[in-house]
Design a protein around this ligand. Sequence first.
Ligand SMILES: CC(C)(COP(=O)(O)OP(=O)(O)OC[C@H]1O[C@@H](n2cnc3c(N)ncnc32)[C@H](O)[C@@H]1OP(=O)(O)O)[C@@H](O)C(=O)NCCC(=O)NCCS
Length: 419
Amino acid sequence: MTTDDDARTTTDIRDIPESELDQAMDLVCLAFHLKLADKTRTYHRDLLQDCARIGAYDGGRLVGVAGAHRLDFSVPGGQLPCAVLDFVSVAPTHRRRGVLASMMDELWRRCADEGRPVSCLWASESGIYGRFGYGAATESLRIEIDSSRPLALRITPDSRPLRLIDPADAPAVLAPRYDATLPQRAGRFVRDEFWWRNGVLDLDGARGGDDRDGFGAVRVVVLGAPGEVPAGYAVYRTRGSGDVRAGTVSVEELEADSAPAAAALWSYLAAIDLTSTVRVPARPADDPLLYLVADRDQVRVTAQEPSLWIRLVDVHAALTARSWAAPVDLVVDLRDTALPVNAGRFRLTAGPEGATWHPTDEAPDLSLDVRELASCYLGGTPLRHFVHAGLATEHTPGAVRRLDAALATEWLPFIAESD
Ligand SMILES: CC(C)(COP(=O)(O)OP(=O)(O)OC[C@H]1O[C@@H](n2cnc3c(N)ncnc32)[C@H](O)[C@@H]1OP(=O)(O)O)[C@@H](O)C(=O)NCCC(=O)NCCS
């Protein structure tokens, strides 16, 4: 495929062959200002190798790279295949000439070929992807716990034993507890052994391993008896301090099947000797921790930020694949300038039995952009927030309330991974 868009560059869009993986990695390092250790570069090169690889070529020279991981992720009521965009890099000599836009068109073509109705990504800058129809679909909180004193709780923690396990055993031990969260919270990736090893656990040290900002080896604490699916677990690292009592605990992931189980794990993390702060880079906005602590001043939310962005590449397939919490029947006028095949007026009829999405000429009850639909799709942001912000329009009173009730989920969507 060739793009030749007036003042924009003429670029060939095609597969990046394996023989050019090093060139592609050089471009990624150039665009992201990275100086990677050999081990880390090899890890990323291997990841890119396993991706769908889209290259933009100017006169045979690679000037744009986009990779897409082929993964499944949780949506309300099930799982969907998605294309997780990564490695997006354009040479500084070719920026703002439509190279990314051309690679995006190619990505969507491949999504259609492979039956992936959704594309996901983490954005390096929030300003980039809205124009391509991506909406922030999950949010995460950064949390800091003052652990210079015991964590005061309003509930009784689970009293079962806690044990530290060998991180090498963690994928097998933790996976059943993590997998049990998939039907509960949308926006989570289905993990295989590779994602466990190299993602949250970083067992091979390819992503910084034992020396991330001075934090030590990964620790895994599990609640419950050996041989049982854990009632909860936490993956964390610690860092000492010049002041011997003021070390920091960094919690990379914590899952629990109940509030008492979560309380037991948070209490443990807040009571580790010679530490006075627990930092958590990503927690769901409805984390029960915020409510079960007795002294809310002890748990500070230091940031709230968009996390996973999603794009409904095939709106019909995405809407009919998710579950719906309440019946709704209305006409939506959907804008999608980047992927007009999705645009038009559609009647959405949805409920506990499933959904249909058919073209219609009837007057719309609601008008909105595919970007806002993406932000609502996992149950993250109610549509009314976008109506209040002037980004969607309600033509029939009550239509937004009915659609929000149908889209609602018990738990907010959340993903712990940040990249
Ligand atoms: C971000 C990046 C991929 C954009 O590539 P590009 O080829 O310059 O983008 P395009 O020319 O196709 O831009 C398409 C549109 O997005 C806009 N856009 C691109 N980058 C943007 C940014 N960082 N912020 C806001 N808008 C941006 C362009 O202005 C253009 O808008 P228009 O259609 O209204 O004219 C490139 O600048 C880059 O490699 N940056 C460093 C690495 C990075 O941040 N990658 C993204 C990882 S998530």
